[in-house]
Design a protein around this ligand. Structure first.
Ligand code: PHE
Length: 437
């Protein structure tokens, strides 16, 4: 590789880390993680989750960053260039397709956060009871005249950021969004724990219920790590393609993973104690975020301010993730179709908007897209990634790439074993048994 395929690189090391954290931290942390924990064994699920982060999440993140930096190309061309005779391009195409599908339903949920942001800011939610807020959410998901324009608005924002480019678009936006998200989540978690019954809710959340942990839970935890870490669909790989050779890949992967885990736990400590305090049954599904939290805000002094800030931040977290999905496809179109970045962003974003329409109009369509992409395509993409790195591109070449910017340690030997043997077997096993039963 001559390394000249990427004239534009990240402006700073921290900018890259913030952008990758921005990709990881998103709706998955706030919308999926808390309910997944509750349904699958509380503290026992968190233990399984930690194990999968260490054994699968961090190693694959390192592998994707190494792939992208080695090829300095988009995801399809990366597999093409680093594998023999371009035969592995299909693996990149799987990733690209996954990114596109996730973007389509992600934009719908993110669109709901825009609606709640406006409703909070205009005082429209003020004084509504939890029951009234439940009706508000039900109306939103069945009324296309609101959900469709909201999806379009979110997609337009995503296009605006990606069309600005790596440093002036993606990196610049994340410099603002990431610190703001962390500060706000911390304040909200403290507030939620101070609610009556809040601490009891937190204790209940963390209490292990190992009887709930089954193989299916293994599949869920694996799917959640992939989704939350933005793995298996080329986002981390594409961000890695804008890295200089001097970047420390393992250190970056660990920082991003810790930030993502921290935000997921913080989010659970907001949502679950709030549920407890209001006596709402856990496990009522994703709409939780749009019913429970608004109820909590309405019970607090300065409800509209809190609610506005929360949904602004949730929208921000969603935006910093969706730009990384759009970037996967845009980088490909720019590299291989010769379109300029602006046109590519508009065309791909417009296409994703059209594909999002079924999800915007039906909760069942959204759930199906989510299941296919998150529980099937992401693990498949991850499996292809590790097989490719371990056996095709080669663990030794990959390790040499990682060592360009990081001191060689015995841990990289462990990494090699994980990538070649442990992770492929684990994914295949959990995947096959989870799908069967
Ligand atoms: N990681 C993001 C989240 O948790 C979602 C995402 C998935 C982003 C895949 C990019 C790629 O919300």
């Amino acid at each position: 590789m001559n390394g000249n395929n990427r004239p534009e690189q990240w402006g700073t090391r921290l900018g890259f880390i913030l952008a990758t954290m921005g990709s990881a931290v998103g709706l998955g942390n706030v919308w999926r993680f808390p309910t997944t924990v509750v349904r699958n064994g509380g503290g026992a699920f968190i233990a399984v989750y930690l194990l999968i982060i260490l054994a699968v999440g961090v190693p694959i993140m390192i592998a994707e960053l190494a792939l992208g930096r080695a090829s300095q190309r988009n995801v399809v061309a990366t597999y093409g260039a680093l594998g023999p005779g371009g035969r592995w391009r299909f693996a990149g195409t799987v990733s690209l397709t996954t990114a596109f599908i996730i973007l389509s339903f992600y934009a719908v949920i993110a669109g709901w956060t825009f609606v709640y942001l406006l409703a909070s800011a205009s005082g429209d939610l003020a004084g509504r009871s939890p029951e009234a807020l439940e009706r508000t959410f039900a109306a939103l998901t069945t009324r296309p005249l609101v959900a469709v324009p909201a999806t379009a608005a979110f997609m337009a924002a995503t296009v605006a950021v990606v069309s600005g480019g790596i440093t002036r678009g993606i990196e610049r936006v994340n410099w603002v969004l990431m610190p703001a998200i962390v500060v706000l989540l911390t304040i909200l978690a403290v507030r939620a724990l101070l609610l009556p019954g809040g601490v009891a809710g937190a204790v209940w959340l963390l209490t292990p219920r190992p009887e709930l942990v089954t193989l299916r839970v293994g599949l869920e935890a694996l799917g959640q790590v992939f989704f939350s870490f933005s793995l298996g669909m080329g986002a981390v790989l594409t961000y890695g393609s804008y890295l200089p050779r001097t970047a420390n890949i393992p250190q970056s992967a660990i920082m991003v993973s810790l930030a993502d885990l921290g935000v997921a736990l913080l989010s659970a400590l907001i949502v679950i104690p709030a549920l407890f305090s209001f006596g709402i049954e856990p496990g009522v599904g994703p709409g939780l975020l749009f019913v429970t939290l608004p109820s909590v805000f309405q019970a607090m002094p300065g409800a509209d301010v809190w609610s506005t800030l929360f949904f602004a931040m949730l929208g921000a977290a969603a935006l910093s993730s969706s730009v990384s999905m759009l970037e996967v496809v845009v980088a490909h179109v720019v590299d291989e179709r010769g379109l300029d970045r602006m046109t590519a962003s508009v065309v791909v974003g417009g296409g994703a908007f059209l594909v999002s329409l079924p999800s915007a109009l039906s909760g069942a369509a959204l759930a199906t897209a989510d299941f296919v992409a998150s529980s099937v395509l992401l693990p498949v993409g991850g499996l292809l990634t590790v097989l490719f790195v371990g056996w095709v591109w080669g663990a030794r070449t990959a390790r040499a790439e990682v060592e360009l910017g990081a001191a060689g340690t015995w841990l990289l030997g462990v990494w090699t074993v994980l990538i070649r043997y442990v992770i492929p077997l684990a994914i295949a096993y959990v995947f096959v048994s989870g799908i069967r039963g």
